[in-house]
Design a protein around this ligand. Sequence first.
Ligand SMILES: *Cc1c(COP(=O)(O)O)cnc(C)c1O
Length: 463
Amino acid sequence: MQYMSTRGRISGLDFKDAVMMGLADDGGLLLPQQIPALSRGDIAALTRMAYPDLAFRIISLFAGSIPAADLKHLIDRSYQAFDHDEVTPVVHKDGIYVLELFHGPTLAFKDVALQFLGNMFEYLLKERGAHMNILGATSGDTGSAAIYGVRGKQNINIFILHPHQRVSPIQELQMTTVTDPNVFNLAIRGTFDDGQRIVKEIFGDLAFKSRMALGAINSINWARVLAQVVYYFYAFGRVQRATSCEEVYFSVPTGNFGDIFAGYIAKRMGLPIRRLILATNENDILTRFINQGDYSTAQVVPTPSPSMDIQLASNFERYLFYLYGQNPGRVNDAMSRLAATGRLEFTAEELACVGRDFMAGSATRQETLDTIRAFHAATGYILDPHTAVGVKVGKELTGGEVPLVCLATAHPAKFGDAVREAIGQDPVLPPVFRDLDKKEKRCELIDADTGSVREYLQKNALA
Ligand SMILES: *Cc1c(COP(=O)(O)O)cnc(C)c1O
């Protein structure tokens, strides 16, 4: 399988180079040059497999340049880090199927991709005799999942900036209690936006970036999308076994369009998904795109589902590439227009095309909390606020024609404040969270300026 950029100036990369490149060198995002089409028979056979075997089969279709035994080993190791033997189990509650994606080490769905990416980076660096210094800013979830993805790995150091005392206590502890020598937590005296700005400025200095072998771990890496394709197949298999259904709906709480784009790839591969339901909170740019053809940025508002408080969806460009008939010229034009005007508009014809794959809706703060409360009252099951957004929108837009699968993207204990506000009680803390505050911590407090962070990198980066 070869990879190309959505902007058209990169093509013919193999899987390994695509993973190492991350963001395409022409500013676009990498995609496979063909998407393998699976027959009904193929899909029936795949969906009977255990998760790690299924993951191996799906990922192999896209990662042919890695010897099968190595890939198998890498995948097995990635999913042994999960605390459920099904990896991503499906539970049936209140007429819907909840796909639990939070059984990884940091209890959010990002572990599914980042455990795999961490192992893949280690493997590729070793093969190349190279090293990497990962730099990222986080508002919470991604930072801890990235740290757990690479802790203790050879030839990789990771530097994660978080805003000092502005992430939830659990999120902070999840990061700072990782004391492996290759993990550097930097609490900056500033906001998440300061962190993002610093990272952007440092990556913008291409000479420094290359001298320091800086790498990113954000959601634009193709390997992350690929690892997420797997659980759509897995969930379909479980639900089909239970109901003999021909098709399903998936409802996906969305921020950066990464997770739902993985569903779109699964659909293009032939998985019988009637529609992908895109669910947003009050930051609803993607819902406005699907329902009105209006993709225009607005101010970010804080919500109880903070991992979806995003204005520009970094993976959206991948979908635009397909919507624009795989024409990189049109993607380039659109991205320039978006940068210049803050908006994109779409024709009725384009929207009809979008509507064949997607439906969309959003949930307010109150609706999110009400959904947690009602679902708990009906079933005793506690939804995290991100998952609740997907459940609310999924139920509203479907009527039982085919089963509804809602992606549960985080464990409710990660967002205890919202849960407490909704149901007046705390979710039970899973064992990995207990006594977190009694563990040894490692974190450096640092000024929110680019110079200080550069200096810190120079002192502590692998060279
Ligand atoms: C990151 C995240 C999301 C959004 O996922 P995208 O791939 O950015 O759309 C949803 N829920 C949780 C808990 C997350 O951490």
